[in-house]
Design a protein around this ligand. Structure first.
Ligand code: V47
Ligand code: SF4
Length: 374
């Protein structure tokens, strides 16, 4: 018995997807593309049923900070408003004191990601991890995308397994999912021709998983990619998870147009919710789909919790990447706000660290304080 096997659906497309999942089959690229034309609420009901089969009513979040040690980057991806060229007056590189100022006492996860600095050596990137671990040894460190790992391989002329082992020895716990963009070679050539493509991104995450380093995965959508390319990206990730399990979450990142000139406006909330729900159904072996409130906006992220998302990321502190591209969400969110958002969706808030170890499970609603002596 499961929510997916019990749910009654009216739409034939969504029902066909349900029947496949109940039979233990995966959805194909064709199935995924077709689901974009299905009624969005039916799609949401099925994705929510699958999320409930995996996690009950629990929705995970973390009390974290994002640390972007430098915005200096030798690359120039067309969709990125964050990176600056060396010498640009708005570029910055943090000192040890700046880095340590991000390690607030209450956080349980730090997410470190930044540019490919023209002057930094691999040791400088290792130092950032060592400094934060020295200050707070119990902090879980999610750091450096596959793009940065590939850059470290080129700096040190060493293979990815050596680079990842050094990072792990310095205190790395997990890899974030950034830098995946869209695995399509067509999109890569148009938007980020100098950066690693899907094959290398998948290879680095496979190496990490085989070394016991878990990771996340992302998809940057809502620019020039097609729905077929979006769905194929989910399938490539699903196949990696079958070969070398280790993903915690899949995070569809809603493209923020900012000053990039690529598209006029962000994808609609309906397109966001369809993408979240289809991710849940197609990438069916990933534990969590994240509703990343920074890029979705808080209202759509709240709705995503009933469309298959079972994680909200974290409180973040001071987000820089999406806000460089003029994201309208707040730059950080209080823990109480996260708990309220999850409760309003009818779910149970669970605070976790970067390794999904439970820090605190909340009640479904605010509970009255127990009277002393009761
Ligand atoms: O790789 C850059 C994307 C990513 C824009 O692993 C943009 O838990 C939207 O990966 N609009 C970095 N996106 C962020 C990221 C992430 C975020 C939260 C949690 C996790 C995790 C990972 O941001 C980049 C790129 O794909 N990005 N510019 C933009 N204008
Ligand atoms: Fe550099 Fe990453 Fe921005 Fe590309 S997306 S320009 S690699 S910081």
């Amino acid at each position: 018995m499961s929510f997916v096997s019990d749910i009654r659906l009216r739409d034939s497309l969504v029902e066909a997807a349900r029947a496949k999942l109940v039979a233990g089959d995966h959805l194909t690229q064709e199935d995924g593309i077709r689901l974009f034309d299905a009624p969005v609420l039916e799609l949401g009901r099925l994705a929510d049923a699958l999320a409930r089969d995996k996690h009950g009513d629990k929705v995970y979040f973390t009390v974290n900070r994002q640390l972007n040690p430098t915005n200096v980057c030798v690359l120039a991806c067309k969709f990125c408003d964050y990176a600056k060229k060396p010498g640009d007056p708005t570029s910055y590189t943090m000192s040890k004191e700046d880095v340590l100022a991000h390690v607030d006492p209450e956080i349980t996860e730090i997410h470190i990601v930044g540019g490919l600095h023209n002057k930094w050596r691999f040791d400088d990137y290792l130092d950032v991890i060592r400094w934060v671990k020295e200050k707070k040894p119990d902090l879980s460190v999610k750091a450096y995308t596959a793009v940065e790992i590939d850059f470290f391989c080129r700096l040190t002329k060493k293979p990815a397994d050596w680079v990842l082992t050094e990072l792990k020895n310095a205190g790395l716990d997990a890899l974030p999912g950034g830098g995946a963009e869209v695995f399509s070679e067509r999109v890569r050539r148009e938007l980020f021709g100098q950066k690693i493509g899907g094959k290398r991104w998948l290879e680095i995450h496979e190496t990490a998983h085989r070394l016991g380093i878990p990771s996340n995965s992302t998809l940057l959508y809502g620019h020039i990619e097609t729905r077929a390319e979006r769905v194929q990206h989910m399938i490539d990730l699903r196949e990696l998870e079958m070969r070398a399990p280790g993903f915690f979450a899949f995070i569809p990142l809603a493209f923020q147009p900012g000053n990039t000139g690529l598209v006029r406006r962000q994808a609609s909330a309906i397109e966001d919710l369809k993408t979240i729900a289809i991710s849940r159904l197609v990438f069916d072996n990933v534990p969590h789909v994240k509703g990343y409130w920074v890029m979705l906006g808080q209202d759509t992220a709240a709705a995503a919790l009933n469309f298959g998302a079972s994680d909200l990321d974290g409180t973040i502190g001071l987000e820089k990447i999406a806000h460089a591209a003029q994201a309208r969400s707040p730059v950080g969110m209080a823990e109480a706000g996260m708990v309220q958002m999850i409760r309003e969706a009818g779910k149970i808030p669970v605070q976790r660290d970067a390794l999904y170890r439970v820090v605190r499970e909340y009640s479904r609603r605010d509970e009255p304080a127990l009277a002393v002596g009761a």
